[in-house]
Design a binder for this molecule. Structure first.
Ligand code: ATP
Length: 234
């Protein structure tokens, strides 16, 4: 099977500062992978490098089997990438429905079907369809941000800290959605500082420390010392 994401020996950072250091990783269709690590481990930088917001100084990236190294962000999106940045950016003055509809590349019928699918995944949004996005709670805005990304029909979805600032209940709902999204065949890479929450939704966990993978394996069999090393530095 072709990996939906393949990253090989990727190095990326800011000026001279390396944030992702010779990292390799692959994701198959339908896989939800938790990308875990302490503050500054390089999780956000990895997602941004896959999207093309941060350039790779070394290594290669394939999306859906096509080489994406060096491609512009729009070209990567066309290869099937969806991205939800940290801080759930939605259009605050637009209605929930409009936020979703503008993110769809499809005609009326396809758009309506995808809108229904997002409302089925996040029933809380359906009742708020006509509300302006700024009126939603933080958790609902996060759902809307994920819903917007789904309207682009990604084959690979990158989520940056989706549970940040959410109550345990709402974070649980967001992770239940992550699991459901992976169940439809989309690959999901979700960066999280809160390991416990992410591990419930993911089949596999990748631990980062100082921009490197220190562990990659089944989420339900994560050795304590690997977690400790990733979060506390061994
Ligand atoms: P967090 O959970 O805090 O987002 P993270 O694991 O996502 O952590 P990154 O944000 O990828 O980590 O940061 C990795 C390293 O890159 C850190 O040392 C950080 O200080 C640095 N860094 C991140 N963004 C920038 C930037 N825009 N300019 C310079 N350095 C940056």
């Amino acid at each position: 099977m072709t990996a939906l994401l393949r990253v090989e020996d990727l190095t990326a950072g800011y000026g001279g500062a390396v944030a992702v250091d010779g990292l390799s990783l692959a994701l198959e269709a339908g896989e939800a992978v938790a990308l875990l690590g302490a503050n500054g481990a390089g999780k956000s930088t990895l997602l941004k490098a896959v999207l093309g917001l941060v350039p790779a100084s070394r290594g290669r990236i394939w999306i859906g089997g096509e080489e994406a190294t060096g491609l512009a962000v729009e070209r990567r999106v066309r290869l099937g990438l969806g991205y939800v940045p940290e801080g759930r950016r939605v259009f605050p003055g637009m209605s929930v429905r409009d936020n979703l509809e503008v993110a769809s590349p499809l005609g009326r019928a396809g758009r309506a079907a995808d809108l229904d699918a997002v409302f089925a995944l996040f029933p809380a949004l359906e009742g708020k369809a006509a509300e302006r996005a700024w009126r939603l709670s933080g958790g609902q805005q996060q759902m809307l941000a994920v819903g917007r990304a789904l309207m682009g029909r990604p084959r690979l979805l990158l989520l940056d800290e989706p549970s940040l600032g959410l109550s345990p209940k709402l974070a649980g709902e967001v992770f239940a959605a992550v699991k459901a999204i992976a169940g439809t065949g989309t690959a999901v890479l979700v960066a999280e500082q809160s390991a416990a929450r992410a591990l419930g939704a993911a089949r596999r966990a990748v631990l980062l420390r100082l921009g490197r993978v220190v562990h990659d394996g089944p989420a339900d069999r994560l050795p304590d010392d690997a977690l400790r090393d990733a979060f506390l530095g061994g």
